[in-house]
Design a protein around this ligand. Sequence first.
Ligand code: ADE
Ligand code: ZN
Length: 340
Amino acid sequence: MPDAHAAFIAGLPKAELHLHIEGSLEPELMFMLAAKNGVRLPYATVEDVRAAYDFSDLQSFLDIYYAGAGVLHTAHDFHEMTRAYLERAIADSVRHVEIFFDPQTHTDRGIPYQTVVRGIRSALEAAEREQGLTFRLILCFLRHLSAEAAMETLEEALPLREQIDGVGLDSSEVGHPPSKFAEVFARARAEGLPAVAHAGEEGPPAYIREALDLLQVRRIDHGVRSEEDPELMARLRKEQIPLTVCPLSNVRLRVFDRIEDHNLRRLKDAGLLVTVNSDDPAYFGGYVNANYQAVAEGLGFGTEDLAELARNSFRASWLDDDAKARHLADVDAYVERWRG
Ligand code: ADE
Ligand code: ZN
C-alpha cells in the first residue's frame, strides 16, 4: 500500500524538530550563489555535486557540507536558503519548525553573526506572518571547535538574546563529548535558553547521559545508540525525553546499512518518545515526508504509527500547551477523516 501511505503522509500535520538550515541548501541554489558571490566550487555541474554526496560516515559528509556553506555571503543569501526550505516544509504539511543554524561556520570566514541571523529570521518571520507556520531558532555550537570558541559565540549572541530560542550542539561527535561544553551550556541556561544536543548518532550512550546530566538538554538529537544501554533506555522512557531521529540521514551516513535495519521501530515499541526528521535534506535525499515514507516502506509503519510520530513531533516541540493541544487535535481530526 505504498501509494496510500504517501497520500496519508502528504496531508498529515507535523512538526520538524531536527533540521540544519545549512543542510537544506540545494545544489541549484548553491551554484547560483557561487556565481553571484564569485565563489569557486570544485564541481562543474549540479549533477557532479549530487554525485559527490556519497558518504562513508559523518565526517565525510561534514567536510562537503561546510564547503557548500561557503557560498552564503549576504543576509539575502541566508533568507533565500531559509525561504526555500520553508516552502518545501509547508508543502509537506509541516506546521511548526525548530531549526538549527551553525554561526561559527560563517563567522569563522568573516561573515558577521548578525548577517546570518537576520537573513534566517526574516524568512522565518515572513512564513509565520504569511502562512501561519510557527518556529523556534536554535543556535548550535560546533563541537569540533573549542569550548572557548563556543563561549565567544554565545557571548556574541546574548546582546540580542530574543533572536534565538535555544542552543544546541552538533558537528563531529566522537572525541568531542558533551562534557567539553558544560560551562557554555550552564551560561546559556543562566540566560534562560533551553538546550538540545546531538548525541548517540556515532558516539556512545555515555554521551547521551552526559548531554542529559551535564548539559541538561530537553531533547536528544539522534540518540539511536541509546539502545545499547538498557538503563538509559529505561530512563528515556520514564522521563519521556524526546529523540529527534533522522532515518534517511542515518542510512546515508552509514549509521545503519539499510532503512530495514534502522532501530526506530524498536525504540518506539520500547515506549520512547521518538520523532522523525530530515536533518540535512539537500544532502540526504529527502525532506521530512520522504523520511516518513522511508519508515513506512522500510519498517512497516502503518497509518496509526505514522500519526503517532506526528503527534510526538508536537509533544516534543517547544510550543506552549495550548498550541500543542490544537495541533494534536488537528492530527486526530485528520486521522478521523482518513478513516471515514
Ligand atoms: N551537522 C549537520 N548535520 C549533522 C549531523 N547529522 N550530525 C552532526 N552534526 C551535523
Ligand atoms: Zn543533525
